[in-house]
Design a protein around this ligand. Structure first.
Ligand SMILES: [Zn+2]
Length: 93
């Protein structure tokens, strides 16, 4: 799929941890039926670990992706690089 290839080419290094190579092209704001956002701005390359981590966070916090996009916008990126080290989670873990 072209979108996936474009995202991984742009983000060879995982945006979550900035340590591992990206293996997953992640929709920062998750896909919803009829409301997919396939823009490059909604994509990020993630390693398997960070992709699993984000998926788990989204199970309890459906707005996590939206916060990532907002934080990224502040620095002119789809999502801030190294976001896994940032304190983006409100409330109890
Ligand atoms: Zn990672």
């Amino acid at each position: 799929m072209h979108w996936r290839i474009a995202i991984l080419a742009r983000d060879p290094l995982c945006r979550g941890c900035e340590r591992e190579l990206s293996r997953q092209a992640d929709h920062i704001v998750p896909r919803k039926p009829g409301a997919e956002d396939w823009s490059p701005e909604n994509g990020q390359g993630l390693c398997d670990s960070c992709h699993s981590y984000k998926t788990a966070v989204e199970q309890r916090d459906p707005f996590f992706g939206i916060r990532l996009r907002e934080e990224g916008a502040k620095v002119g990126e789809p999502a801030p690089s190294g976001w896994r080290q940032l304190q983006l989670f409100g409330g109890d873990q």
